[in-house]
Design a protein around this ligand. Structure first.
Ligand SMILES: NC(=O)c1ccc[n+]([C@@H]2O[C@H](COP(=O)([O-])OP(=O)(O)OC[C@H]3O[C@@H](n4cnc5c(N)ncnc54)[C@H](OP(=O)(O)O)[C@@H]3O)[C@@H](O)[C@H]2O)c1
Length: 289
């Protein structure tokens, strides 16, 4: 028995995976894509194709948007505002927190119930226990769409501020890219003596696995706000270590561009008399307003 009607705007890798998952889970799906040919396999598998966004909006109470970026979302939702009125729109397109907030404000002005989302998964993970999706905005929209959203993976509501899911997404991606930046730096250093990337990857995985649990100890210190005297490594100690890392990199002919900003923050802490504080007080330096 059909579970509900859902329209999906966007049939790229992610939108296609979601449309398929909803179909398999018994939802009646209507799909729309800018390049109409991409709807064909979905129609063959049981979805209805909408020729326009307005048609897709009319077909379902819940409209899931998985387009490229903020500009493409606004380009296609704005002309269909009247058709989307009274509908639940779940925008899973990656956008910045302020872009999410702007779309939420636009939706509110047009009587559209808006939920913003962020996908912590790749398309292959959709529908597996490894997929985690974050949502923010209208909690009633979350409740209405939840049976469909839970087919994708864990569905977590972050709060009424429509920028919150995006903010967490961006924060987690920042942590990921900084970590992989470190891996690439280590790989470049070891390749100067002929060590293949495969070996360094193994070494880095083992090393980071051993030290990553320290993150929880760091969090306790940051939340407590007491950095001096240092519960862990001091600014002065870490500054000396960082200077060695920079020198070692350069001596191997490898750029230290990824490391220098951290050293700069540590230098500032020492210069302002905070050399004995815990080095993780750098987190306070990062806030620029
Ligand atoms: N793939 C991932 O691993 C992943 C993970 C997390 C989040 N996301 C997010 O999910 C969203 C979709 O990603 P994807 O992997 O499905 O990307 P994709 O495979 O490149 O597909 C992009 C989709 O956006 C459409 N599109 C692009 N520009 C458009 C425009 N100006 N007007 C209308 N439609 C337009 C494309 O339509 P056409 O077919 O007509 O080109 C296609 O449906 C992105 O925001 C992405 O950041 C993806």
């Amino acid at each position: 028995m059909p579970k509900g009607t859902i329209s999906i705007l966007g049939l790229g890798a992610m939108g296609s995976a979601m449309a398929e998952r909803l179909r398999v889970q018994g939802f009646t799906t209507t799909v729309w894509n800018r390049t109409a040919a991409k709807a064909r396999p979905h129609v063959e598998a049981g979805s209805k194709a909408a020729a326009t966004v307005a048609e897709a909006a009319a077909a379902s109470d819940v409209v899931i948007v998985v387009l490229l970026d903020h500009a493409s979302v606004r380009e296609h939702l704005e002309p269909a505002a009247a058709d989307l009125k009274g509908k639940v729109v779940v925008n899973l397109t990656t956008t910045t927190p302020n872009e999410s907030r702007a779309t939420a404000a636009w939706a509110a002005d047009h009587g559209i119930t808006y939920l913003d989302g962020a996908i912590m998964a790749v398309p292959e993970m959709i529908g597996t226990p490894h997929a985690r999706l974050l949502y923010a905005g209208d909690e009633n929209a979350f409740a209405i769409a939840k049976p469909a959203l839970e087919t994708f993976g864990a569905a977590e509501f972050e709060g009424a501020d429509a920028g919150l899911a995006s903010l967490k997404d961006m924060a987690l991606l920042t942590a990921m890219y900084q970590m992989f930046g470190g891996l690439l730096q280590a790989t470049a250093m070891m390749r100067t003596v002929g060590v293949p990337a495969e070996q360094t990857a193994k070494d880095v995985i083992a090393w980071l696995g051993a030290v990553l649990p320290l993150a929880e100890e760091f969090a306790t210190v940051v939340d407590g706000g007491e950095y001096d005297p240092a519960p862990g490594q001091s600014v002065d100690f870490t500054r000396a270590a960082m200077a060695s890392l920079i020198t070692a990199s350069r001596e191997q002919g490898v750029s230290a561009d990824f490391l220098e900003p951290v050293k700069k923050h540590l230098d500032e802490l020492t210069a302002t008399g905070r050399g004995t504080a815990d080095w993780i007080s750098v987190v306070e330096q990062l806030r620029i307003r």
